[in-house]
Design a protein around this ligand. Structure first.
Ligand code: ARG
Length: 579
C-alpha cells in the first residue's frame, strides 16, 4: 500500500507537468505535500504554488488554479480547494480511505523496498565492568531499530560488540590466580557483582604493586599469544559477565548475537599494516596515528586517531576499523548502524572517515550511521547512577519497574488469576521503561521516573496498552470475529471521527519509512499516541455495538488494534488482551 502522501505526490507531479509542459522540461520540482494542521484545511495541503510562481513569474493563485484544473482526482481525491495566497487544500475520498482500511486489515501496510543487509551494533557492554543505563538505552533503541528493519523485510544482523579483550584481562587473571584460582578452572562460579569487585581490587593492586603489575603484563602476553590455559581463564571470566547480561536481555526480550572485540583481534595486525602500506600512518610520540582532515583540536592542530600504542598494544579504534572492514567485505552490509551514547560521536566520525580513506568504506554503496543518544538523568537532574555503580543494579531497576506495575495492578482490583496479573505486571513494567526511553527525543537527556512512566494517561506505554485492551473488549461485546467478515463487509466511513481515525491509520507506513531514515523512534511513539487519541475520540463519538454500522465500525476498530499492536511490537512493548 502506498501512503496517501506518496500517491498525492505522484498525482501532483503529473498535474504540474500537464499545466506547464514547456517550463517543466527545463526543471523538475518535487511537489511539496504536507498533512494539514487543521481539519478545515482538508487532509493534505499542496504548498508548491508559491515556489513555482517565482520560477514561472505567474501569480501563485493563478498557478494553483491551473494545477487544480489539471489534477486527475481519480478515486483518491474527493475535492480540492484553493486557499490563501495559493495553497491547495486536498480532501481524500471516503472510498479511498475505506479501501485503505481493508488493505491494513490484510496486512498490506507499507510499500516494500529492496531487501538490504543491515547490521545493528548495539548494547555492547564491557566484560567485568559496570553495565550502566547508557547500555540499557543502547539495548532498547538498538532492539527497536532492529525490530523496525526486520518488520520492513530487511536482513538484520544484531551484533553485541562486547568489550571482551584488552589488558584488563591480564590483571584479572593474575589476581584470580592468587585469590580464587577455582574460578579460572570452572570449579567455582561467581556472579557479575563479584567479578566486578575483583576487577576493582585487581586494578588497585595493579596500580600499587609493581610486582603484581609485572605478573599481570605477563598474563596479557600469554593471552595474546594464544596460551591455552590463559584463554580458558579468559573464557571463564567472559562467561560470568555474559550470564549477567543474558538475564537482562531475557527480561527485556532482546535477542542479540555476541561478537565481541576479541573476534577482530586476529585482524588487527593486518589492519595496521594495510594502513601503513596506504601511507595513512604517522608515528607521533611513538604511537601510530592517522591524521584525518576535518578533526581539529582546540589549538588548531589535527586530532590523531591512534591505532597502535608505543608498546605495540592496539586500541578501541583499531578494532572498530577491523570491524567495519569485516562487516562490509565479509558480511556484505548495505547499512551499518551503531547505537552508543553521544559521547562517542567523534570516535565514530573518525572511524568512518578513516575507513573511507583506507578504501574500506564507500559511502555511495554502504550507509553508515552513528545513532547517538542523550543521558538518563536521576530525579535530581544529575546523571542517573545505579547505587554505587554495582552491576546487579541495572536488573534491579527493571525489577523495580515490574514491582511498581504489580502494585498498580493490585490497586485496580482486576479480575485476574495471579499468573495473569504477574504477566501483566511484567509487560507493563518493562513496556513502561522501554516506552519512556523511546518516546523521549533520542538525542535529548531524559529524567527517569517510575511514576511518570507508569501513568495510565498521557503518552505512556500503559495508555497505549489500555487503548488496545478497549478495542479487544469492543470485539468481545460485539461477538463477531473481524477476520471472518473483513472480506465480505464494505466499510462506510462518514463521521468525522471515523474519517480522522482512518486517515491516521493510512499514515503508519509513512512513519515507519521516516524512522528508517532518521532513526528517531519517538516519531513512532508520537504516531501511536496520536492513534490512541483518534481511537478514543472515535469510541466516544461512534457507537459500535448494535448499530447499523456495527460491522464497518468493528473493522475500523480492528484496523486500529492491528496497527497499535504492530507499532508497539516495533517498540518492544507487548500488548495484553485484558487489563
Ligand atoms: N563497549 C563500548 C562501550 O561500552 C561500546 C561499543 C560500541 N560499538 C562499537 N563498535 N564500538 O562504550
Amino acid at each position: 500500500m502506498l501512503s496517501p502522501r506518496t500517491e498525492l505526490e505522484k498525482i501532483f507531479e503529473k498535474a504540474i507537468q500537464k499545466s506547464f509542459p514547456k517550463e517543466t522540461s527545463e526543471f523538475k520540482l518535487d511537489p511539496d505535500i504536507k498533512e494539514s494542521t487543521q481539519p478545515q484545511f482538508g487532509h493534505y495541503q499542496f504548498n508548491s504554488a508559491m515556489k513555482l510562481s517565482k520560477i514561472l513569474k505567474i501569480p501563485p493563485r493563478q498557478v494553483a488554479e491551473v494545477i487544480t484544473s489539471n489534477v486527475d482526482k481519480g478515486s483518491l481525491i474527493e475535492s480540492l480547494e484553493i486557499a490563501g495566497p495559493g495553497f491547495i487544500n486536498i480532501t481524500l475520498s471516503p472510498h479511498y480511505l475505506e479501501k485503505s482500511i481493508k488493505q491494513i486489515l490484510r496486512g498490506e501496510t507499507f510499500d516494500k523496498k529492496a531487501k538490504q543487509k543491515i547490521i545493528i551494533d548495539f548494547s555492547s557492554p564491557n566484560i567485568a565492568k559496570e553495565l550502566h543505563v547508557g547500555h540499557l538505552r543502547s539495548t532498547i533503541i538498538g532492539d527497536s531499530l532492529s525490530r523496525l528493519f526486520e518488520f520492513l523485510g530487511h536482513d538484520v544482523l544484531r551484533l553485541n560488540h562486547i568489550g571482551d579483550w584488552g589488558t584488563q584481562f591480564g590483571m584479572l587473571i593474575a589476581y584470580l590466580k592468587e585469590e580464587c584460582k577455582e574460578i579460572l578452572t570452572g570449579q567455582k562460579t561467581a556472579d557479575l557483582a563479584e567479578l566486578m569487585a575483583w576487577y576493582k581490587q585487581s586494578k588497585a593492586r595493579f596500580d600499587a604493586d609493581p610486582e603484581f603489575k609485572k605478573r599481570a603484563q605477563k598474563e596479557v602476553y600469554h593471552l595474546q599469544n594464544g596460551d591455552e590455559e590463559s584463554l580458558e581463564a579468559w573464557k571463564m571470566i567472559c562467561d560470568i559477565s555474559k550470564k549477567g547480561y543474558q538475564e537482562i536481555y531475557e527480561l527485556l526480550d532482546v535477542s542479540i548475537k555476541d561478537r565481541g572485540e576479541s573476534f577482530y583481534n586476529p585482524l588487527l595486525k593486518s589492519i595496521v599494516e594495510d594502513l601503513e602500506k596506504k601511507g595513512l600512518v604517522t608515528v607521533s610520540e611513538g604511537a601510530k596515528c592517522l591524521f584525518l582532515e576535518g578533526f581539529a583540536s582546540r589549538d588548531g592542530t589535527t586530532q590523531p586517531l591512534i591505532i597502535q600504542k608505543q608498546d605495540g598494544g592496539y586500541l578501541y579504534a583499531t578494532t572498530d576499523l577491523a570491524a567495519i572492514r569485516q562487516r562490509i567485505q565479509d558480511e556484505k552490509a548495505d547499512r551499518i548502524i551503531y547505537v552508543t551514547d553521544a559521547g562517542q560521536s567523534l570516535h565514530f566520525n573518525m572511524i568512518f572517515k578513516a575507513a573511507e580513506a583506507a578504501g574500506y568504506l564507500d559511502r555511495t554503496k554502504t550507509k553508515v550511521d552513528h545513532v547517538p543518544f542523550g543521558l538518563v538523568l536521576g530525579p535530581d537532574g544529575k546523571k542517573f547512577k545505579t547505587r554505587s555503580g554495582e552491576t546487579e543494579k541495572l536488573i534491579d531497576l527493571l525489577n523495580k519497574a515490574i514491582e511498581k506495575a504489580r502494585l498498580l495492578i493490585e490497586e485496580r482490583h482486576l479480575e485476574m488469576t495471579p499468573s495473569e496479573k504477574e504477566e501483566l505486571a511484567k509487560k507493563l513494567g518493562i513496556g513502561a521503561v522501554k516506552y519512556a526511553d523511546l518516546s523521549s527525543h533520542r538525542t535529548s537527556d531524559y529524567v527517569f521516573s517510575y511514576d511518570r512512566m507508569l501513568r495510565f494517561e498521557g503518552n505512556t506505554a500503559a495508555y497505549l496498552m489500555y487503548s488496545y485492551v478497549r478495542i479487544q473488549s469492543i470485539k468481545r461485546k460485539v461477538g463477531i470475529d473481524p477476520q471472518l467478515i473483513q472480506e465480505k463487509t464494505d466499510l462506510e466511513l462518514s463521521h468525522p471521527s471515523e474519517i480522522a481515525l482512518s486517515l491516521h491509520l493510512t499514515q503508519f507506513g509513512d512513519v515507519l519509512e521516516q524512522v528508517s531514515v532518521d532513526l528517531l523512534p519517538n516519531r513512532l511513539t508520537e504516531y501511536l499516541y496520536g492513534l490512541s487519541n483518534h481511537f478514543n475520540a472515535f469510541f466516544r463519538d461512534c457507537r459500535v455495538e448494535g448499530t447499523s454500522q456495527e460491522k464497518s465500525r468493528l473493522l475500523l476498530a480492528e484496523a486500529a488494534a492491528k496497527t497499535l499492536k504492530q507499532g508497539l511490537f516495533i517498540l518492544g512493548v507487548e500488548t495484553v488482551e485484558r487489563m
